[in-house]
Design a protein around this ligand. Structure first.
Ligand SMILES: Nc1ncnc2c1ncn2[C@@H]1O[C@H](COP(=O)(O)OP(=O)(O)OP(=O)(O)O)[C@@H](O)[C@H]1O
Ligand SMILES: [Mg+2]
Length: 334
């Protein structure tokens, strides 16, 4: 699927995507999409897990568009960094005079989503007070606007998302387990881009086509080296990063082929998973074994870098600034 644009809904063609617009040649993604189709046929609250940029928000929209609520509203809400009062009034609305500055009655997201889908993003970051209110709203379907005692109800299908892995999510101290179980009727796990090797080439091609059309460039493809760099990269920022890198490459490209110099990636160190920090490392290049030669230092450094990338020679070679064949030769010599 090709996805681009920003601004109003009309300039967001991907907001109209349904689950049928997603395709994948990778098992984990297919599993996720199959389960999403099941979720779309139900009214079950659905929790979407996935690293940043894996497409959680887009999947939530597609789920809504594929459900029988498709004609109803899709209301997305990200609570991160909102004070409790502001969050309350955003979620549940407020009456005129409910707090300083409340000069008119405002509907909350629950009310606005009536008959449709309410998408609560980064749910793990919500305060305990907000969680209690959300729990009541989803459990009993009732809530009140700030400054009012009148109980309101709304017919809302809840979809939530978080970038936290499920284990971390469950351990999160302040996160209510009862809310967790209430919102995870079905849990969809969006795989990271590095877990979708079979999809990478077609996603790249789709983005090149989209960016070329958008920028009016006659790009027909990638040089061999450019393609190798993109295919060998770890994509810590997932689809969002892929789009950014490819749009930049298309903008920079001078002929009809994208050359390697147009591929601007983050330094490879940044793409190691967070667990790398706690992974045992090989000793840094030092002379603990008494070997003071440059060859010895090089050997130790190569071993340390290999360990850093879990023995992945391709990534180690790139981090070392060596061709893969040169690394193989050096390893054979040592
Ligand atoms: N299947 C896909 N094909 C192409 N582009 C995609 C796909 N899924 C998502 N994208 C694009 O990747 C970017 C990130 O998607 P999205 O915002 O849905 O990710 P997210 O997981 O919600 O990220 P965050 O954790 O930051 O909220 C968007 O530009 C989106 O259009
Ligand atoms: Mg998102």
């Amino acid at each position: 699927m090709s996805v681009h644009g920003h601004g109003s809904p009309d300039r967001h063609p991907e907001w109209r995507a349904t689950l049928d617009d997603f395709q994948s040649g990778d098992e984990a993604m297919r599993l996720c999409l199959d389960l999403a189709r099941v979720a779309a046929r139900t009214e079950l609250p659905t929790l979407i897990l996935g690293e940043t940029g894996t497409g959680k928000t887009l999947l939530a929209r597609a789920l809504h568009n594929s459900s029988r609520r498709a004609r109803g509203p899709f209301i997305a809400f990200n609570s991160a960094a909102l004070s409790d009062t502001l969050l309350d009034s955003q979620l549940f609305g407020h009456e005129r005079g409910a707090f300083t500055g409340a000069d008119r009655r405002v509907k909350g997201k629950f009310e606005l989503a009536d008959g449709g889908t309410l998408f609560l993003d980064e749910i793990a970051d919500m305060s305990p007070a907000a969680q209690a209110k959300i729990l009541r709203a989803v459990e009993y379907g009732e809530f009140e606007r700030l400054g009012s005692e009148q109980l309101l109800d709304a017919d809302v299908r809840l979809v939530t998302a978080t970038h936290l892995p499920i284990t971390r999510y469950k351990e999160t101290e302040h996160f209510r387990k009862d809310l967790f179980y209430r919102i995870s009727g079905i849990t969809l796990r969006l795989p990271a881009l590095r877990e979708r090797p079979n999809d990478l080439a077609s996603l790249m091609a789709a983005e090149i086509a989209a960016a070329s059309a958008q920028l009016g460039k006659p790009i027909v493809g990638l040089s061999r080296h450019a393609a190798d760099r993109l295919l060998g990269y770890g994509w810590p920022g997932n689809l969002r990063e892929l789009k950014r890198v490819i749009h930049a490459a298309v903008a920079i490209a001078e002929g009809d082929v994208i050359e390697e110099a147009a591929i601007l990636l983050e330094p490879e160190e940044l793409d190691a998973p967070p667990a790398a920090a706690s992974r045992p490392r090989a000793p840094a290049a030092g002379a603990a074994d008494g070997d003071l030669s440059l060859r010895g230092a090089e050997r130790r450094h190569i071993a340390a870098v290999l360990a850093r990338f879990d023995g992945n020679k391709r990534r180690a070679a790139r981090a070392l600034g060596l061709a893969r064949s040169t690394l193989d030769r050096k390893l054979a010599e040592s």
